[in-house]
Design a protein around this ligand. Structure first.
Ligand code: ADP
Ligand code: 5GP
Length: 202
């Protein structure tokens, strides 16, 4: 059995990352979503263990302090703590699944230092469009929207560090881009034993 692929996806909040990921995951087998830990309060409709493992600061810090084995990466984003459980990711990769991490640019930089992930950045067509989408989603108050827009400017400056860039203008095209990237990366020769096709007896 082969280890799965680690796929890191980052995007400023409100870019459409969740929407794109849900569509791609519904369509591609053997792709699992890594459920992060966070100290952020659940939004309406979010379930513990499905969207996030919701934790208080004490529980989060207890895992964080088990470094290097607690979190694969962790960061403070928009004033809340977020982290990816190393044990959960490793178990899924070893089971042969491809694991998708939806994490911010700080977390992506940490994962690059510890592993060789495939990295994808999703950008909005423009900042005004991003603002419209954040408001349209209706899940954040004005102060939170302002904080997330301010953060978006900084995050966009990191897009160049990623393997792939998807501009989410037309949703169908963005979904197809991410699907194509995953399918192409699954076919890379380095993902097969010694770079050779299997079962050929050569
Ligand atoms: P994120 O997970 O990146 O924070 P969401 O997936 O919640 O973003 O999307 C934010 C809002 O933008 C949602 O209301 C979603 O329906 C909408 N949206 C996503 N992609 C597009 C798109 N290509 N065109 C128009 N609206 C979009
Ligand atoms: P939200 O609160 O909107 O769900 O997520 C806010 C930001 O936190 C997003 O950019 C998301 O990618 C990021 N995020 C979610 N989980 C993690 C994580 O485990 N680690 C890091 N570094 N960022 C995360």
């Amino acid at each position: 059995m082969h280890n799965g692929m680690l796929l890191v996806l980052s995007a400023p909040s409100g870019c459409g990352k969740t929407t794109i990921v849900q569509r791609v995951m519904a369509d591609l087998p053997n792709l699992v979503f890594s459920v992060s830990h966070t100290t952020r309060a659940p939004r309406s409709g979010e379930a513990d263990g499905v969207h996030y493992h919701f934790a208080d600061q004490t529980a989060f810090r207890a895992i964080r302090d088990q470094q290097p084995t607690g979190f694969l990466e962790w960061a403070e984003v928009h004033g809340n703590l977020y982290g990816t459980s190393l044990a959960e990711v490793e178990a899924r990769l070893q089971a042969g699944c491809d694991v998708l991490l939806d994490i911010d640019v700080q977390g992506a930089a940490q994962v690059r230092q510890r592993s060789t992930p495939v990295t994808v950045f999703i950008a909005p067509p423009s900042l005004p469009v991003l603002e419209q989408r954040l408001r349209g989603r209706g899940t954040e108050d004005e102060a939170t929207i302002a904080k997330r827009l301010n953060n978006a400017r900084k995050e966009l400056a990191s897009a160049g560090a990623y393997d792939y860039l998807i501009v989410n203008d037309q949703l169908d095209e963005a979904v197809e881009s991410l699907r194509s990237i995953i399918i192409a990366e699954r076919s890379r020769r380095r993902r097969t034993v010694n770079g050779q096709p299997m079962h050929w007896g050569v």
